[in-house]
Write a protein that binds this ligand. Structure first.
Ligand code: HEC
Length: 263
């Protein structure tokens, strides 16, 4: 005879209502409110990635090159050129941008600055770049020269800062989302473990890949794998949790203690 299983040993605790469909409504309000805000937050994050990193190579949409340009840099091109093809594209007509880029490819010699580009920048750029605080002043040739140098991507300082914010912030999101999802019923235990655990793994892969991509562009794929991985896992947990709390619950059935079922 086997000894009592864990399930038998803890009876009659039961708590048959402890599952997403049968949770008391105040708790559902708490969980659903959190999931809604996080859902909007994740969509915004996706949008922000598209708008910043997505444009890094000058084309709409996120690609491997965007990631390489953001972290490793674009060592054949300068920051000035990437900006003129990206975020600053609207600031000057195509022929002016082409003119500046040609000059950058020549190494941005000072001689051309004095008799030509000083005026070009004055006309198109210094209305912001000399007025707006914390952006370079393009009345100064030295400031232009700095961005005309080839880009080496994210600085180590920026990576350290973004990494720790990302790790602390996102792991907190995954912790709470996984906690809510742990009360789901009818999800095979192994799948539950993967869905809850994998986002943390993908998060580490994602953040590590930024550092590795800074060293070599080949690691950019890990950023994509990490991002896709935790998007899938969190989308699955999000929809399953909402479905169980608000649709499955209408069956009127009692589903039993979700945690006990996973023992
Ligand atoms: C309407 C205001 C505006 C105009 C006009 C403008 N910029 Fe900018 N520029 C900005 C802002 C704001 C930033 C900072 C963007 C950021 O940090 O995301 C910026 C950033 C840059 C950067 C990156 C600087 C750095 O070191 O991070 C470059 C390069 C740049 N601009 C070039 C230009 C050039 C060249 C022109 C003229 C053709 C131009 N900009 C015109 C507002 C402007």
């Amino acid at each position: 005879m086997k000894a009592a299983t864990k399930q038998e040993a803890i009876r009659p605790t039961n708590l048959a209502w402890l599952n997403l469909p049968n949770l008391p409504n105040p708790l559902k309000a708490l969980f659903a409110g959190y999931l809604l805000v996080i859902g909007v937050g994740l969509l915004m994050a996706g949008l922000q990635i598209m708008m910043t990193h997505g444009m890094a190579d000058g084309k709409v949409g996120l690609s491997k090159n965007d990631i390489v340009y953001s972290y490793y840099g674009d060592r054949n091109h300068s920051k000035l050129e990437s900006m003129l093809n990206g975020q600053m594209k609207a600031m000057a007509p195509d022929d002016v941008r082409a003119d500046i880029i040609k000059w950058v490819h020549k190494g941005a010699p000072k001689a051309d600055w004095d008799d030509h580009f000083k005026g070009v920048f004055a006309q198109h750029c210094v209305s912001c770049h000399s007025v707006v605080p914390n952006i370079p002043n393009y009345k100064n040739f030295e400031e232009v020269q700095k961005v005309a140098a080839t880009s080496t991507g994210a600085t180590w300082e920026a990576l350290t800062r973004v990494s720790h914010i990302h790790l602390f912030g996102i792991s907190f999101i995954f912790f709470l989302m996984g906690f809510v999802f742990s009360f789901a019923v009818g999800v095979p235990k192994k799948l539950k473990i993967f869905a809850i655990g994998f986002p943390f793994l993908f998060l580490i892969i994602d953040v590590m890949s930024w550092w590795l991509t800074k060293l070599s562009p080949n690691f950019a794929y890990f950023t994509i794998i990490g991002g896709i991985g935790y998007s899938i896992a969190s989308t699955f947990m999000w929809f399953t949790s909402m479905y169980q709390m608000f649709i499955l619950s209408r069956s009127g059935k009692v589903y039993g203690n979700a945690w006990e079922q996973d023992l």
